[in-house]
Design a protein. Structure first.
Length: 376
């Protein structure tokens, strides 16, 4: 499992696009996409803060942005009115309040912060003093490697709703058609029980999918979530109270789910090493994370286009796209995300979609800038 996390971190670092500036301008003009730097969010950084952010959470009511640095196990809290850091929370690797290396979190209030411990498959209930109040073991099937595992990292988000946590994971190691489990999870904080929600896409059955094949979620409005699968052309709305699922086509113009093949058709044939897994992950196109813009009533779905593994090893990153749909899932367009932007550092903020600008940070490493993507 450790190799999975290393691999995922590398991919997230490189997932940016590489088309020319001329192509960018023509595409933006054609599709009415405006990258609005004038309305960007600019955060002041100290000497210990760098561009890479493992996890983001925006608090609309307080207009605050929470940023996790997994290298230092630190959550930094910024006031978006002035871009200044107003608080930081340092979590413990060791000792009586240890949580391991934090890969994701949900900030509910100062007394209830849920953090996901890397490699521990455990969520810890903590507070702003980083004191552990309770813990929730998510590895209820750790006696077998053939169950999807819950993961909270970067675009795989964590939500709290009525004493239950909601999160996603991977499709790893499906063995039997009758035993396919969807990597969408509900964890009851009172009963301390993990439950699988929904039904996996049909193409999951009878194949072996690597641990880098994932499911992503965002909350539309309680109790409805939107889900995006790496392997499906569709987005899914799931009501956690009624268990009702609605499916909507959200397909790329440049590939479809038939182009996304499993690693193998046998669980006995697994990736031998890191490079084999990297090649499998990079060469086929894949769908990625979904975000719901509750300000503009839009859905955003990121896509990773087909790439040449040898070119990647020589330093050329894959191309990334953004599918935009209205609130009724009518497709508005599919836009390129140019190489200066890191889509793994994106969130829905005061005006809509914001994505971190790597090029701006390279010019001024005292600030972290998130440009506003305005879809007309």
């Amino acid at each position: 499992m450790k190799s999975y996390f290393i691999l995922a971190g590398l991919f997230l670092f490189y997932f940016v696009s590489c088309e020319s500036q001329t192509e960018k301008k023509e595409y933006i003009k054609k599709n009415n996409l405006k990258i609005d730097s004038a309305n960007a969010i600019k955060l002041g950084l100290d000497a210990t803060t760098f561009f890479s952010v493992a996890y983001l959470q925006y608090n609309k009511l307080e207009n605050k942005l929470y940023l996790l640095n997994e290298q230092t196990n630190l959550i930094r809290v910024f006031d978006l009115k002035n871009g200044k850091q107003i608080k930081k929370i340092k979590f413990n690797h060791d000792g009586p309040h240890k949580v391991g290396e934090v890969w994701g979190f949900y900030y509910h209030n100062p007394d209830s912060i849920f953090v996901y411990g890397k490699f521990l498959t455990t969520i810890f209930l903590t507070d702003e003093n980083a004191e552990v109040k309770d813990k929730y073991d998510l590895s209820q099937h750790d006696n077998s490697p053939y169950y999807p595992l819950p993961i909270v990292h970067t675009l795989q988000r964590l939500f709290l709703l009525e004493n239950k946590l909601y999160l996603t994971g991977n499709y790893a190691s499906h063995l039997k058609k009758e035993n396919n489990l969807n990597p969408f999870f509900e964890y009851d904080l009172i009963k301390k029980e993990l439950k699988y929600l929904g039904t996996p896409p049909k193409k999951i059955a009878g194949a072996f999918w690597e641990s880098i094949d994932k499911m992503y979620i965002d909350m539309v409005k309680p109790p409805v979530f939107v889900l995006s699968s790496n392997v499906s052309d569709s987005l899914f709305l799931y009501n956690v109270q009624t268990a009702e699922t609605k499916r909507f086509l959200a397909r790329s113009n440049y590939f479809s789910e038939k182009d996304i093949q499993p690693f193998s058709n046998s669980p006995d044939k697994k990736a031998k090493d890191y490079l084999e897994r990297a090649k499998y992950h990079l060469e086929p196109p894949k769908y990625s994370a979904v975000l719901y813009d509750n300000v503009n009533k839009l859905f955003y779905r990121f896509v990773v286009y087909k790439h040449d593994f040898k070119k990647f090893m020589n330093g050329e990153p894959p191309k990334i796209g953004l599918i935009v749909l209205d609130e009724h899932f009518n497709k508005i367009g599919e836009f390129p995300i140019t190489k200066e932007y890191d889509f793994s550092m994106s969130f829905i903020g005061p005006k809509g979609l914001y994505i971190a600008n790597r090029k701006a940070y390279q010019t001024d490493d005292n600030h972290l800038r998130f440009d506003f993507f305005n879809i007309e």
